[in-house]
Design a protein around this ligand. Structure first.
Ligand SMILES: C[S@@+](CC[C@H](N)C(=O)[O-])C[C@H]1O[C@@H](n2cnc3c(N)ncnc32)[C@H](O)[C@@H]1O
Length: 256
C-alpha cells in the first residue's frame, strides 16, 4: 500500500555477489519490504524472490536478449515511483558504491527532493578473496588495494595506470575479463613484474565459481572462455589463492 504521508525515499541496496546468504540482513529486509524493486542484470533469482507478492519488479539490466535501460530512464523511473509514495528499492550487484553508479543515482534523487539511503553489500573482490582463501591486504606484502576498471579506448586502456606499478598494491580489476590481454600488458608497462601473481575469479560467491591462476604474463591465455562476470586480482596476495573453493561445511580436524 502506498505510504502517501511519508517523504519520498529510495533505498540503493547492495545485493552482494549473488547468493542471498551473502546479503546483509538490512539488504534482505529492504527487499522483503519493497513495493517497487528495480534490479540489475547480475542480481540472482533468489534475491528477487525475496520481494513480497504485489511488489512491482522491474529489471533494468541486459537480460534475455533485452537491452539495458539508459541511466536517465532508470533515474526518472525511480523518481516517479518514489513520488507515488512507493517504497522503492534499487537492488545492485555487489556494493552499490563500487562501480555501481550510486553517486549518479543518489545525486539525481536528492536534487529532486527524494531522500536516499544506501545499504552496503559484499563487493566482488572481497567475495572472491574469501571464497578462494587469499587476502587483499597482507602485512609486508600488500599495503594498498586499488579497485579499478579496465576500459578500452581506440584499442588501448584508458586512464592512469601508474598505481599498478606499485609492488605493494593489490589491483582488483572489475569489468576486465574481456580485455585481460591489454590490462596485463598495461600493468607490465607501468612497471609491475611480469611474474606478479594474478588470478581471475568468475562468478565469485556462487557454488560454481571458478578461479584461473597465473601471472601477469600468463593469465590472459588462461582466461579464454568465461561464462559469467569475472574479477581479476593482481598482486603478491594472489599467490595464496587456492585452486578450489574452501569448503566451510567440511569437518574440521579436532586437536585433543
Ligand atoms: C558494473 S560492475 C559492478 C560491481 C559491483 N558493484 C560490486 O561491488 O561487485 C560489474 C563487474 O563486477 C564484477 N563482478 C560482479 N559480480 C561478480 C561476481 N559474482 N564474480 C566476479 N566478478 C563480479 C565483474 O567484473 C563485472 O563485470
Amino acid at each position: 500500500m502506498p505510504i502517501e504521508s511519508q517523504a519520498a525515499q529510495v533505498l540503493l541496496v547492495g545485493a552482494g555477489p549473488g547468493p542471498v546468504d551473502l546479503m546483509t540482513l538490512r539488504a534482505v529486509r529492504a527487499v522483503e519490504s519493497a513495493q517497487a524493486l528495480l534490479y540489475d542484470a547480475l542480481i540472482s533469482e533468489e534475491a528477487i524472490a525475496l520481494a513480497p507478492p504485489g511488489c512491482v519488479r522491474i529489471q533494468t539490466g541486459k537480460r534475455a536478449g533485452k537491452p539495458s535501460m539508459h541511466q536517465d530512464e532508470i533515474n526518472r523511473l525511480m523518481l516517479r515511483l518514489a513520488r507515488k509514495g512507493l517504497r522503492v528499492v534499487r537492488l545492485k550487484g555487489g556494493d552499490p558504491s563500487v562501480f555501481g553508479r550510486v553517486g549518479e543515482e543518489a545525486g539525481f534523487l536528492r536534487e529532486h527532493g527524494v531522500s536516499v539511503e544506501v545499504v552496503p553489500g559484499v563487493t566482488a573482490a572481497c567475495a572472491a578473496a574469501a571464497q578462494f582463501g587469499f587476502p587483499l591486504t597482507h602485512r609486508g606484502e600488500a599495503r594498498r588495494v586499488v579497485f579499478t576498471t579496465a576500459r578500452l579506448e581506440a584499442g588501448a586502456l584508458s586512464g592512469d595506470w601508474s598505481a599498478a606499478g606499485d609492488p605493494e598494491a593489490t589491483m582488483a580489476v572489475y569489468m576486465g575479463g574481456e580485455v585481460a590481454d591489454a590490462l596485463c600488458a598495461r600493468m607490465i608497462a607501468a612497471g609491475r613484474s611480469p611474474s606478479t601473481p594474478a588470478v581471475a575469479v568468475e562468478q565469485a560467491g556462487a557454488a560454481d565459481a571458478r578461479v584461473y591462476h597465473g601471472t601477469l604474463e600468463t593469465l590472459p591465455a588462461r582466461l579464454a572462455s568465461q561464462g559469467g562476470p569475472v574479477v581479476i586480482v593482481v598482486g603478491e596476495v594472489a599467490a595464496q589463492a587456492r585452486t578450489a573453493e574452501i569448503d566451510e561445511t567440511a569437518p574440521v580436524a579436532r586437536t585433543a
